[in-house]
Design a protein around this ligand. Structure first.
Ligand code: HEC
Ligand code: HEC
Length: 90
């Protein structure tokens, strides 16, 4: 009977540490996805009617207004990171 008691699992210090780390990682992942940290696209007439990368870049290339910073991604999907103006495309 004594051997049977040893089989039941008792969380030790290492198990609790492991669980604490897992919980911390999950918390960070959830917080990290809940908020956009990139600047939103202004909700003005210009930005509501620009519908292609080429249109955006006609103003925001390196010689333009508010140029994309050095090392900025070359990705086409601007709105994946910069929140879209509310009335965009209308
Ligand atoms: C006709 C020129 C023009 C076009 C086209 C244009 N923008 Fe802009 N954009 C500006 C100007 C001027 C500003 C800064 C003035 C302001 O904040 O309203 C600005 C500001 C921004 C900002 C915010 C910068 C900050 O400091 O807050 C982002 C992001 C941006 N534009 C992204 C885009 C994207 C994405 C597109 C294409 C869908 C685009 N722009 C098309 C002229 C343009
Ligand atoms: C992978 C994410 C991502 C994508 C996709 C992306 N950007 Fe950005 N962009 C950023 C980050 C990060 C910054 C740094 C400044 C900030 O905090 O917004 C930035 C900065 C900018 C700025 C400068 C804003 C300022 O105040 O000086 C402009 C303009 C801009 N992006 C335009 C664009 C355009 C146009 C596109 C599509 C062709 C685009 N971005 C796609 C992440 C992205």
């Amino acid at each position: 009977m004594t051997s049977e008691a040893k089989l039941s699992w008792q969380p030790g210090k290492r198990d609790l540490l492991f669980l604490a780390i897992v919980a911390a990682v999950i918390t960070l992942l959830v917080l990290g996805t809940s908020e956009r940290t990139t600047k939103a696209v202004p909700d003005d007439d210009t930005h509501r009617h620009a519908t292609s990368r080429a249109a955006c870049m006609s103003c925001h290339d390196s010689g333009g207004v508010r140029p994309q910073p050095a090392g900025h991604t070359k990705a086409d999907q601007c709105f994946q990171c910069h929140a879209q103006p509310r009335g965009w495309g209308k």
